[in-house]
Design a protein around this ligand. Structure first.
Ligand code: SAM
Length: 228
């Protein structure tokens, strides 16, 4: 399967069965135990990133690109805290849900700005570019290009999260929980931290903060890197 096929499958997944599944996981309604575990893990990742950004005490001065924003789990609280957020995702269903949630939480507001857009076609310049839990859809050779592109949009900082390859065995055992049923054809790619750091460094960025979220069914390594 080539990368273009991968991307089409991912888009279709997040506009159909994947949308229903992840909207529930990223919500507060009733879910099964595995989904609850993933919900809690993902929330920890979001909270870690918000904690880092708030610690710098300049959120209201920042422009933020949330690439692959899903239903706005990160974008909406960041906008509520005063950052100017540009939120985009390849899935129109996820974006539409994000808009609805922003309206419910923030009322009529043009912040975040939501767009249906894949990462590769993003342009512009932002203080901080954030991409959480999207790299799992990219094989390493595509991930290199994708990270380099995101770096080119970041004036000062990039924050990425990915499923680390060290947890490969445990994740592979549980991968059926990530992509159940017919959508198992959606591949999950793990990434070596050293590879991610290398590509960040080759784009002029240096890792400043790092964290690991690990629950039973959710693993996410988070790196913050700043431009040198
Ligand atoms: N970043 C969000 C969060 O942490 O709440 C969503 C994470 S979700 C696991 C992965 C998201 O990446 C999905 O909403 C999916 O549609 C999006 N995605 C996957 N490939 C993408 C691409 N090439 N361009 C933009 N978004 C993409």
């Amino acid at each position: 399967m080539n990368a273009a096929d991968d991307k089409t499958i991912v888009r279709e997944y997040f506009n159909s069965t994947g949308f229903d599944r992840w909207r529930r996981i990223y919500g507060d309604g009733e879910v099964n135990k595995v989904q609850l575990d993933i919900r809690n893990g993902h929330q920890q990742t979001v909270d870690t990133v918000i904690g880092w950004l708030k610690a710098d005490n300049n959120l209201s001065e920042l422009s933020i690109c949330d690439a692959g924003c899903g239903v706005g789990s990160l974008s909406i609280p960041l906008a509520a805290d005063g950052a100017k957020v540009y939120a985009s995702d390849i899935s129109e269903k996820m974006v539409s849900e994000g808009k609805d949630r922003a309206l419910q939480t923030l009322g009529n507001s043009d912040n975040p700005t939501f767009a249906v857009q894949d990462l590769e076609s993003l342009s512009g310049s932002y203080h901080t570019v954030i991409c959480l839990d999207v790299l799992i859809h990219y094989p390493q050779e595509k991930a290199d290009e994708m990270i380099s592109h995101l770096c080119s949009l970041a004036q000062s900082r990039i924050i990425l999260s990915f499923a680390p390859k060290t947890c490969a065995l445990s994740i592979l055992k549980k991968i059926g929980s990530f992509f159940p049923g017919p959508s198992k054809t959606t591949r999950a790619y793990l990434h070596r931290e050293a590879d991610v750091v290398k590509i960040l460094e080759s784009n002029g960025f240096c890792v400043q903060r790092q964290s690991m979220t690990k629950t039973r069914f959710y693993f996410s390594r988070i790196l913050e890197a700043t431009r040198q």
